[in-house]
Write a protein that binds this ligand. Structure first.
Ligand code: FES
Ligand code: FES
Length: 159
């Protein structure tokens, strides 16, 4: 069956079964390889995308449940103000180590800043607790989120 998905502001058609995980459709059919496969069972957060702005596990989201909702992947992160600020903060704090978990981390962090513009440590821990990092970048992630929350909205120095 054909499903129309709105990905990063573009309408795209996916021919597949309705129970196909959104992660499969994004990576294998539409070529958005930035979203990573980790555990496949909703535990690691590697596959996190935004659906109508909410951080969502793509491996646990069948394509027939998405409807006309707006999907954003890491490739579309820079189209939002929180996304640009998070990107700059990640670069300034050199958060990334191996990088595998980081697309999911960035998407969860951007969703947090959209929902909670000035998050506390507790807000950050709650929002990011589902994103696992084998390299242990958690402290730098927390620092980068706090920094991103207070970046100038004009982002004149953004990368
Ligand atoms: S791959 Fe989706 S949560 Fe791990
Ligand atoms: S940066 Fe390596 S798993 Fe997170």
């Amino acid at each position: 069956m054909a499903y129309n998905l709105n990905v990063n502001g573009r309408s795209m058609t996916v021919e597949s079964d309705g129970d196909t995980p959104l992660l499969w459709a994004l990576r294998d059919i539409l070529g958005f390889k930035g979203t990573k496969f980790g555990c496949g069972v909703g535990l690691c957060g590697c596959c996190t995308v935004h659906i109508d702005g909410v951080a969502t596990r793509a491996c646990q989201t069948p394509i027939d449940s998405v409807g006309t909702s707006e999907i954003a992947t890491i490739e579309g992160l820079a189209t939002s103000d929180p996304g640009r600020r998070i990107q700059k903060a990640w670069l300034d704090f050199e958060v990334v180590q191996c990088g595998y978990c980081q697309p999911g981390q960035l998407m969860s962090a951007a969703a947090l800043l959209t929902e909670t513009p000035d998050p506390t440590d507790e807000d950050i821990d709650a929002a990011m607790s589902g994103n696992l990092c084998r390299c242990g970048t958690y402290n730098r992630i927390r620092d980068a989120i706090k920094y991103a929350a207070h970046l100038d909205a004009t982002m004149e120095n953004a990368q």
